[in-house]
Design a binder for this molecule. Structure first.
Ligand SMILES: [Zn+2]
Length: 129
């Protein structure tokens, strides 16, 4: 592995950086471990799609406002319900599940989720094949 440490970083400072990185890693682990499975799935869906959409953003264009970013990310999750099931399974028609005329199978993706069905009533009909 490449050693990126600068020559002027003392052993004491390097030790401090190592300890801070371990503390940040533990804080992230504890935060994620304290979420419910549902919260964790939602955070993951939105974070992953946000990363994907952000990586597609043109470099010299202005960053949209938070509200527009959120709408874009949710819309993009709706377009790929099998990949972002935590978001897709929130949207339901009033008859869901028994009275839903458009139940869609969500394949299991352990350990993220166990699969099941979702409401497809709001899906874009052009997405059906
Ligand atoms: Zn429905």
């Amino acid at each position: 592995m490449t050693d990126y440490r600068e020559p002027h970083v003392t052993a004491e400072l390097a030790d401090y950086f190592t300890k801070r990185e371990a503390a940040r890693t533990a804080r992230i682990r504890d935060f994620l471990n304290n979420l419910t499975a549902r919260e964790r799935a939602l955070v993951q869906d939105i974070a992953v799609m946000g990363y994907v959409r952000g990586s597609m953003h043109p470099k010299n264009e202005e960053i949209p406002l938070n509200k527009a970013i959120l709408a874009d990310v949710v819309n993009a999750c709706f377009a790929f319900p099998d990949l972002y099931p935590a978001v897709a399974t929130i949207e339901r028609c009033p008859g869901f599940p028994e009275g839903c005329p458009n139940l869609r199978l969500v394949p299991a993706d352990p350990p993220k989720h166990q699969g099941g069905v979702r409401c497809g009533c709001a899906d874009d009909p052009e997405d059906d094949e």
